[in-house]
Write a protein that binds this ligand. Sequence first.
Ligand code: FEC
Length: 314
Amino acid sequence: TQRKIGVLVMSYGTPESMEGIEAYYTHIRRGHPPTSEQLEELSSRYEAIVGGVFPLRENTNKQVEALQRTLDERARDTDTAYVCYQGLKHAAPFIEDGIQAMAHDGIKEAIGIVLAPHYSVMSVGGYLKRAEEEANKHDIAFSGINSYHLHPALIEALSVRVREQLDAFVGEGAPREEVRVLFSAHSLPTRILEMNDPYPEQLLDTSRAIVKECALHDAQWQFTWQSAGQTGTPWLGPDILDTLEKLQEEGTRYALSVPIGFVSDHLEVLYDLDIEASGKAQELGISYKRTRSLNQDPLYMKALADSIVGAVKD
Ligand code: FEC
């Protein structure tokens, strides 16, 4: 007999259409509808991004398909089968929908993984809590994966991308050691620091592992935050836009953005970095590039599959 394990693959979620932005934004804001100015501002950002209006949906679909193929390969000739289900944080199919689909299919054991490598109680913690609560309602034994930010395949995939862009700078005449490498991730409210949240330290750990792998020198890199919300409370900084200004004052001419907290092309990369940060750099006379997103990179799929297989209890 075959052992069937449900894999809940969780991602942020994106609207399905321009009309869907309000409901999506309201969900992000825990039921509080945005003002019409906020709604307009967000809609205009979606309209501005290159590569289609809501690329995250198709990218997540493709990542889940690629992960399913990787797990099928891994399970071949074993008595275990992995079946992937999608669960999105702020859009359908929601996390709860994914668990319900598992229950409908008679799944009794499930692993949950988030398409974001670093743990914060405010990010991954939130996904896993919802998944576990729903799994309990359906008598599904659930275990969640907190993080995989130092998986060697993830570090390799990111390092390949850093080297690729450093080479591109060198190809344009920039001295490699003069390119400032800016690792970044989504900012969170500073109150996570009082909770001893592992998020900032995990992000630094990933950064340091890439620094080592790419043999960057110490003065060549730094960590900076991006995409902070406007909630009236303080968020973790410095923000990448302020960092770029500081770099210009210090005479830096080349900046490479490496968004290690994100694994897919979506609004926070295609707008916040490719339009906003890139535009700021141009204004400041800094030559700016960004590493390619992981999307369905086989090394990323390996990091996910290893984490999932490793989380299965005997
Ligand atoms: O392409 C897309 O459609 C979605 C892109 C997207 C990703 C993403 C990832 C993260 N977020 C995280 C935290 C917060 C917190 C708030 C917040 C608000 C927004 C808004 C949009 C949005 N986020 Fe997001 N986030 C994405 C998109 N995020 C749109 C609402 C407008 C705005 O503030 O810009 C603030 C909530 C509040 O108001 O109380 C906090 C974190 C991640 C990375 C981990 C993950 O992927 O889950 C952390 C992708």
